[in-house]
Design a protein around this ligand. Structure first.
Ligand SMILES: Cc1cc2nc3c(=O)[nH]c(=O)nc-3n(C[C@H](O)[C@H](O)[C@H](O)COP(=O)(O)O)c2cc1C
Length: 194
């Protein structure tokens, strides 16, 4: 099992947030920390049905490619999520992924048997790319990320907003943005993974 689970949630392969995520993860690989990279869009996850069946046992009844992620998130030490800004918020793919952890919400708050304990010191990080220099868009993604990490008992390990990136792969023309992602990775790795 890898130590760092990396999830890109843009439908664009090799788009801005995926490239930023790779820069971030390079900081982990340079320290010989194993990284597992995933593209959410390719998993075609079903949204939460709100059926509340998970209230009984903390297990989601929807059987799709989300299933292995519960074990992964329970086992890895770090989780880094990357999303483009879509209409001032995060991508639908990432929102679906987060909502599918409603079963963990029940496990934590109703059943009092969380799948992760805060004392395990796992930490999550979010990277967000957007076209516009609109801080409020980044703030909105950060706020949702904080709620998600809180619910799954991960510490909030940080947030990086990279605005001014629109065209696919535009980040490759912006060394400062790629460096910011790498530097954020270095700091995160030092703080939570070593
Ligand atoms: C459906 C859609 C909605 C978008 N909404 C916003 C937005 O509200 N604000 C913004 O700054 N950029 C917006 N963008 C631009 C993307 O956030 C930007 O191109 C981003 O860098 C894409 O990252 P990617 O290459 O990883 O997909 C939107 C793009 C799409 C396709």
């Amino acid at each position: 099992m890898s130590k760092l689970l990396a999830i890109s949630s843009s439908p664009r392969r090799n788009g801005n947030c995926e490239l930023a995520l790779r820069s971030f993860c390079r900081a982990a690989e340079e320290k010989n920390i194993s990284v597992e990279m995933n593209r959410l869009h390719e998993l075609r996850l079903e949204p939460c049905r709100g059926c509340e069946r998970c209230a009984a046992d903390g297990i989601c009844i929807v059987k799709d490619k989300m299933e292995p992620f519960y074990e992964k998130v329970a086992t890895v030490k770090g989780l880094v999520l990357a999303t483009p800004v879509y209409f001032g918020s995060l991508s639908a793919q990432l929102k679906i992924f987060m909502d599918r952890f409603q079963c963990w919400w029940h496990a934590k708050y109703r059943l009092k048997k969380p799948f992760v304990e805060l004392g395990q010191n796992k930490a999550g990080f979010i990277i967000c790319t957007g076209a516009l220099h609109r801080k409020d868009f980044g703030d909105s993604v950060e706020a949702i990320g904080k709620v998600f990490f809180h619910n799954i008992n991960y510490h909030f390990g940080g947030f990086l907003f990279l605005p001014g990136l629109d065209r696919k792969g535009e980040i490759e023309d912006d060394p400062a943005a790629l460096k910011a992602a790498y530097d954020a990775g270095v700091k995160y790795v030092q703080s939570y993974l070593l």
